[in-house]
Write a protein that binds this ligand. Structure first.
Ligand code: BGC
Length: 921
């Protein structure tokens, strides 16, 4: 057997994740990447082996599954088809591939484990604090509707007498937890279990703690805070959204012993609870921590540790409470973690004793404080803000009711290091008071995010454009915290569907968001009404008398439609069919509802809050009003949803449904044309977004497209080459202009830096994307703080255009998931060079071009086992060379064709160096 030279099988993933623990997919999907230096390297067959132990796998005994040799090039979403998987099963796996030369290559070993698949396997009880612990502690607060309660410590001592083979913790809560075993933190994830529709499902997490258990006495400990269960969420003044105001936790440590025995240590009435150093902790309000109240030794075992952990009162038995009615499901996406740290770039003393630090980057997260030799009991207050007022003081008005204030009361002594536990803030600046002196070395900014892997990098000759791209990346990181939120700073932080769908494609260019959106789509469906109405926010806070403010949040055009756009985009970008199948009924119910309510084919009824082209210019932020523009965009989205559904129906083999949605799309398109399109191609609603939607959703008769594109350009020109789109138009603006033959106008908008424009905030120091074009202007200063976030990603959805059309890395119109793709940069001399790298499910694509006069040098990398349609902007007569030889003769290149001003070819996996001359126009 030959071993393939240069064909490597890498990056094995199960359900999009690297070595996930405790999954509950019974037919998990496996994917891998191929790497090769050889052009045209392809997989012709694979063989997946799955074994219960690494030894068995190594010994060639795949006792769970041996796929045998499967003749195919498929490397993604290979469904497990071995022995039925049971709870706790460990699966060690590897992939062997055969390439086109007959050589083979085998991957390194990866693994996944199964979680608890049957609810009866949760033998641990749910426990809550004995309310007495709050009552006897004068500093603690008992949770009320308006006051966050004091987080609770739980501990359990147990003895290990037999050596342990494997130790696993399964944990879930109503509230959010941190766990410790033997004094060490279990995992590094924050805010578990993450936000879902807690009425319907609650996540549990699985941790391998084999390394943490010790022979002899051990302590398993938990800290339980409010999080999304009882903390402040949205702009509500009260806190209870689910069953009650009581946080509770369920932890099950399973010890598999060397001698074959099994011991379970689960939460029950034998656990002890007490209050501790955290006096309160709330996402929006902040944390108060008194280090003098730390229970030294509380996470260690033994009489001494126990004695040291005593507060003035003994620990009380935990209270056993009823389990939730919701199902427990495995967390299926990357957890929230600290992803980057920032040392302040500047500090000033605003007034005596008021120190303001600048992290240089607007982040979501918190500060780690490091102090030495400070008198015990010193109260240090940290306030967080995104911007400074003109006088240099902290600007916090836009936080609305979110206090975002942390208080740390010192323990005193040589050194103390502290980070808050169950809170996060959206901030670039921190104001510290309470200390006589402090320096930049005393604090670090900790940025948190759902830890999705970075996949895209963009860089070009214009530093402001690079910063614009990076601002989008940061707004994504700062807002992807368990769910895609609108903003991380004010009293909102909700999973707004409009924002998410507008930014979604850009998000896929920056980070691997496949698992993240797979999880969130479940939240979206959980929030759908029985009528079929998709929500405007997901998870949707429960309709509750105390929660009227968010009630009725559903059906908003461009918002609710995310219920179709998310599965669609997951299919297009990741080749995911399962997300279509799983949410098929929900998507159909949505469009059936829209159709039922709007028999005329114009979406004019039941528009919910009807946000329109939110934050366009001129701005209309009225709710529940109608306007021609609002019905226009609602109808356009409906037509496009129907087109998407028809296509997705075919993907999952539902031909009859496909025909039904084809017909729906045709009907709506016709109604749209009758209502909004004049004979000369002018629209009855004349906004940039109207033209953009009509073009991008293909709603116009073909002969009118050119004219409509010209009207769009005229509109932009009349505004002095400025954009005026809101959330709904912005992501499509530059792609639409480009594909309609006006890439030059798209570039002009990109580089525009007077208000309103993408670069205006960049010019004025933005490090994230602002919510609105006029968040701050030179003339008027800050916009009304009632709605003025400096960290909202929607307007940063220009990112996808940078990848798709500037660097030119584009999806194939037919084949999803970048197994085939298009390389077609729209080069323009306003940029001397541009480069993007993008890691797809099949490996990394690179496109890097340089313009020297009219000479274009273009280096690309095409992943092994994929095929790119390469399109050169090259006038007739101008040849294209690859590696200094005529294109046609280049290995890996086929199907060279000329089509007007472009030359195209197919390129197989490999690296290529192209050169050509671009048209002078
Ligand atoms: C949010 C948005 C959201 C909008 C809906 C705002 O308060 O911050 O981003 O999409 O409401 O109108």
């Amino acid at each position: 057997m030959k071993t393939a030279r240069g064909l490597l099988v890498t990056h094995l993933r199960c359900e999009y994740l690297v070595d996930p623990l405790g999954i509950d997919e019974r037919t998990p999907r496996l994917s891998w990447e191929l790497e090769s230096d050889r052009r045209g390297a392809r997989q012709v067959a694979y063989r997946v082996r799955v074994a219960s132990t690494p030894e068995k796998l190594a010994a060639g005994q795949p006792d769970r599954w041996d796929s045998g040799r499967v003749e195919t090039g498929q490397t993604t979403h290979v469904e497990y088809a071995g022995k039925p998987l049971g709870s706790r099963d460990t699966c060690h796996w590897s992939v062997e591939v055969w390439d086109e030369t007959g050589a083979t290559s085998t991957s390194a070993t990866a693994r996944w484990t199964m979680g608890l698949l049957d609810p009866r396997e949760w033998t641990a009880s749910w426990v809550a604090a004995d309310p007495e612990i709050f009552r006897r502690d004068p500093q603690a607060t008992i949770p009320t509707l308006t006051e966050p309660g004091t987080p609770v410590l739980f501990r359990k001592e147990f003895e290990i007498t037999t050596p342990v083979r494997r130790a696993t913790v399964y944990a879930t809560a109503r509230g959010v937890f941190e766990l410790r075993l033997g004094g060490r933190r279990i995992g590094d994830d924050l805010f578990a279990p993450e936000w879902t529709d807690y009425d319907k499902r609650i996540h549990y997490r699985t941790y391998d703690v084999t390394e943490l258990v010790r022979a002899g006495p051990n302590v398993l400990a938990a800290t339980l805070g409010d999080g999304w269960w009882t903390g402040y969420v949205g702009w509500q003044e009260t806190r209870a959204r689910y069953d009650n105001l009581e946080n509770s936790i369920c932890v099950q440590l399973e010890l598999e012993l060397q001698d074959g025995g099994r011991v379970v240590v689960g939460t029950d009435a034998s656990w002890r609870c007490d209050t501790g150093p955290i006096l309160s902790s709330d996402f929006q309000m902040g944390e108060t921590y008194d280090a003098r109240r730390e229970r030294v030794g509380w996470t260690f075992a033994g009489p001494l540790a126990a004695a040291m952990s005593e507060s003035p009162w003994p620990w009380l038995p935990a209270k056993v409470v009823a389990p939730p009615a919701a199902v427990l499901v495995a967390q299926r996406s990357e957890p929230v973690r600290v992803i980057e740290s920032f040392v302040p770039v500047a500090m000033h003393e605003q007034t005596p004793g008021v120190f303001i630090f600048d992290l240089g980057q607007n982040i979501a997260g918190f500060v780690q404080l490091r102090l030495a030799n400070v008198t015990a009991g010193t109260r240090v207050t940290l306030r967080h803000g995104e911007r400074l007022n003109p006088d240099g003081s902290l600007y916090t008005e836009n936080l609305r009711r979110a206090k975002s204030t942390d208080v740390y009361v010192t323990r005193g002594g040589l050194e103390e290091v502290w980070t808050p536990h169950f809170t996060f803030h959206g901030f670039q600046y921190v104001e510290v008071t309470g200390l006589a002196a402090i320096g930049v070395n005393n604090l670090t900014g900790c940025a948190i995010s759902s830890a999705t892997a970075p996949v895209g990098q963009f860089e070009c000759s214009n530093p402001e454009v690079n910063r614009l791209w990076l601002n989008g990346v940061w707004s994504q990181r700062d807002n992807f915290i368990s769910v895609p939120t609108d903003c991380p700073q004010r009293d909102e932080r909700l999973g707004w569907m409009g924002d998410a769908q507008v930014f979604l494609r850009t998000a896929t260019c920056n980070q691997d968001v496949a698992a993240f959106f797979t999880k969130w789509m479940t939240d979206v469906e959980d929030a759908q009404t029985t009528d079929g109405i998709f929500p405007d926010v997901a998870p949707r806070p429960r309709e509750d008398v105390r929660f009227v403010g968010l009630d009725g949040l559903g059906g908003g055009a461009g918002w609710a439609d995310a219920g179709v756009i998310v599965p669609w985009t997951m299919w297009r970008v990741y080749g995911d069919h399962r997300i279509i199948q799983r949410h098929w009924r929900a998507m159909v119910a949505w469009l059936d509802w829209v159709e039922r309510k709007n028999p005329r084919g114009i979406r004019e009824h039941e528009l919910g809050n009807n946000y329109g082209d939110w934050l366009c210019i001129p701005t209309d932020t009225s709710f529940r009003t109608q306007s021609p523009m609002k019905t226009f965009l609602a109808t356009a989205y409906w037509a496009d949803d129907a087109v998407k559904l028809a296509r997705m129906a075919r993907v999952i083999g539902r031909e009859e449904d496909a025909r039904r949605f084809d017909a729906m799309a045709a009907r709506v398109r016709q109604a749209f044309q009758a209502e909004y399109v004049r004979a000369d191609g002018q629209l009855t609603v004349e906004t940039q977004t109207a033209y953009v939607l009509a073009l991008t959703f293909d709603l116009l008769p073909p002969e009118m497209r050119r004219r409509a594109a010209e009207r769009l350009v005229a509109n932009i020109r009349d505004l002095g080459w400025h954009l005026s789109t809101g959330f709904i138009g912005v992501s499509h603006l530059n792609p639409t202009l480009t594909l309609a033959g006006h890439a030059d106008v798209a570039y002009r908008l990109l580089l525009q830096d007077t208000f309103p424009s993408w670069l205006y905030p960049v010019k004025h120091g933005a490090t994230t994307i602002w919510e609105r074009w006029n968040g701050w202007t030179r003339e008027d200063g800050f916009f009304n703080p009632q709605m003025n976030s400096f960290n909202h990603y929607s307007l940063g959805s220009i990112g996808e255009w940078l990848f798709r059309h500037v660097a030119g890395i584009e999806l194939d119109p037919e084949v999803p998931g970048y197994e085939r793709f298009v390389l077609r940069p729209y080069v323009n001399p306003v940029l001397a060079h541009a480069r993007a790298s993008y890691r797809t499910m099949h490996g990394e694509i690179v496109s890097e071009w340089k313009l020297d006069g009219w000479r274009l040098t273009w280096n690309v990398r095409i992943p092994a086992n994929t095929l790119a349609r390469v399109v050169f902007p090259s006038p007739p007569g101008a040849g294209v060379t690859e590696n200094n030889a005529p294109l046609e003769t280049s290995p890996g290149i086929s199907d060279v064709r000329r089509d007007g001003d472009t030359l195209t070819c197919l390129a197989a996996g490999g690296s290529y160096a192209f050169e050509t001359v671009v048209p002078a126009s």
